[in-house]
Write a protein that binds this ligand. Structure first.
Ligand code: ADP
Length: 422
């Protein structure tokens, strides 16, 4: 049955009439007006609320013009949507990753069980709190305050001692945000086991290899001419194994190192050394040019930077056929300075570029092996540059040569040492 609409003037008029009637009743029954007014006013408010509910309910439940059949369908659909929403919420609450729904001002609107465990949130008291304030003492605080979209890795879990999280923030709905936190402690432990294993094996192999290599060097091929070719191959292979072990140890050290002791790295002598090494490796097969215009030294680890810069030049020599040219360049840019090694060599197909800095990643294993490579050079370069907040860019195309560029920021540059200081 249709409800009669309440005219806007009728509600205040009814309230005034109720107050007058209530006052009279209160005076008659209790001897004073106030109690009667309060009693009838409350009854009137309840009546008003009931009337409003009756008017709103049909609008919420079904369209006003709905036929009984449409109304049934509408109700079924609503129930199905409500049940799906409940299922979704239940599923989200059981996720192993922490999920926190935040409004535009970072007030917590909802969170799942994992968020209680990993972030230390508690219900119901943490519903509505500002997340950044709630986690003010945790490592997440600055990241939440800055509102960065970049995920945060390896951050200590506020609710779980000895756990590390990977945390990301996703825009969601209407200016809402979804904070997702994943426990990566297990992955970190596995990664640590892998690192320790590689470091231990490399360390254990180092001594026996040095002994074998030493004895092989002692044997004079002229004393055993029939073994001369075999001896040469054995020496080359033991040297290669020794180089792999040294590179693995260097990589293990770089992976576990989070900071370097900064020292001045004078670039003029370093570039001259790198060039000399390239010429020794090339044996006159390439034209090698050095262009140094930056007039800046670097701030960092001299040993590691030498290793990275000479690795790039050694690659250029090894992957450029005889007659090709190699340019070593050190120049200023608006962002700092760049060290580039440009060759006219074989080049690299685009599909390989993104994976070149992975350990043991090679385009052609035989070419790498034949040229004395270990497959670890670019991985070492990447780690050294990371420690110096520098970036590696690789541009290359098959047959068109390659350019490997290391970008150093202003913070890593020093005016060249004039040599006046003693
Ligand atoms: P490797 O010891 O095999 O040279 P790196 O890590 O130094 O290992 O390089 C990885 C792979 O990248 C090499 O095997 C090679 O295929 C490719 N590469 C590196 N530098 C160059 C270059 N200048 N020109 C062509 N290919 C290169």
């Amino acid at each position: 049955m249709a409800q009669a609409e309440t005219a806007p003037w009728k509600l205040p008029a009814a309230l005034v009439a109720a107050l007058v009637v209530g006052g009279l009743l209160g005076w008659l029954v209790h001897g004073h007006i106030a109690s009667g007014i309060a009693l009838v006013a409350m009854a009137e408010v309840v009546l008003l609320l009931t009337r409003i509910r009756h008017q709103v309910q049909p609008i919420m439940a079904a369209p006003a013009s709905a036929s009984p059949l449409q109304h049934d369908r509408f109700m079924t659909r609503s129930r199905r949507i409500a049940s799906s929403l409940r299922d979704l919420r239940n599923a989200a609450s059981q996720l192993p990753d922490a999920v926190v729904l935040l409004d535009q001002d970072q007030h917590v609107r909802w969170f799942n069980h994992a968020a209680e465990d990993l972030l230390g949130l508690r219900r119901p008291k943490d519903r509505g709190v500002v997340l950044q304030q709630r986690l003010a003492t945790s490592d997440l605080s600055d990241w939440l305050r800055d509102g960065t979209r970049e995920p945060l890795n390896d951050v200590a879990a506020p609710g779980h001692a000895n756990s590390q999280l990977n945390v990301s923030m996703l825009p969601f709905g209407r200016r809402q945000q979804l904070l997702l936190a994943r426990d990566i402690s297990h992955l970190n432990r596995l990664e640590q086991v892998r690192r320790d294993f590689v470091a231990n094996v490399s360390h254990e192999l180092r001594t026996p290899l040095t002994v074998i290599h030493g004895y092989l060097e002692l044997i004079d091929p002229e004393d055993v001419p029939e073994l001369a070719p075999v001896l040469g191959e054995m020496r080359a292979q033991s040297k290669r194994m020794g180089q792999i072990v040294e590179d693995l140890l260097a990589l293990s050290r770089l992976e576990t190192q989070h900071q370097i002791v900064d020292e001045r790295v004078p670039m003029a002598p370093l570039l001259a050394t790198v060039r000399k090494e390239a010429e020794a490796l090339s044996q006159g097969r390439h034209k090698i040019t050095l262009e140094s215009t930056a007039e800046a030294d670097l701030l960092g680890s001299p040993k590691d930077l030498h290793s990275a810069l000479s690795n790039l030049v050694s690659n250029a020599v090894r992957y450029t056929p005889t007659g090709g040219s190699i340019t070593i360049r050190w120049q200023r840019t608006p962002d700092g300075a760049v060290y580039s090694v440009i060759d006219t060599g074989f080049g690299i197909p685009a599909t390989h570029l993104a994976r070149l800095t992975e350990r043991f990643y090679r385009i052609s294993s035989s070419r790498s092996r034949d040229s004395g490579g270990t497959g670890l050079g670019l991985s070492i370069v990447k780690h050294v540059l990371n420690l110096h907040q520098a970036q590696l860019r690789i541009e290359s195309a098959p047959g068109a040569g390659s350019t490997f560029t290391c970008h150093f920021g202003h913070a890593r540059l020093l005016p060249p040492d004039s040599g006046d200081e003693s």
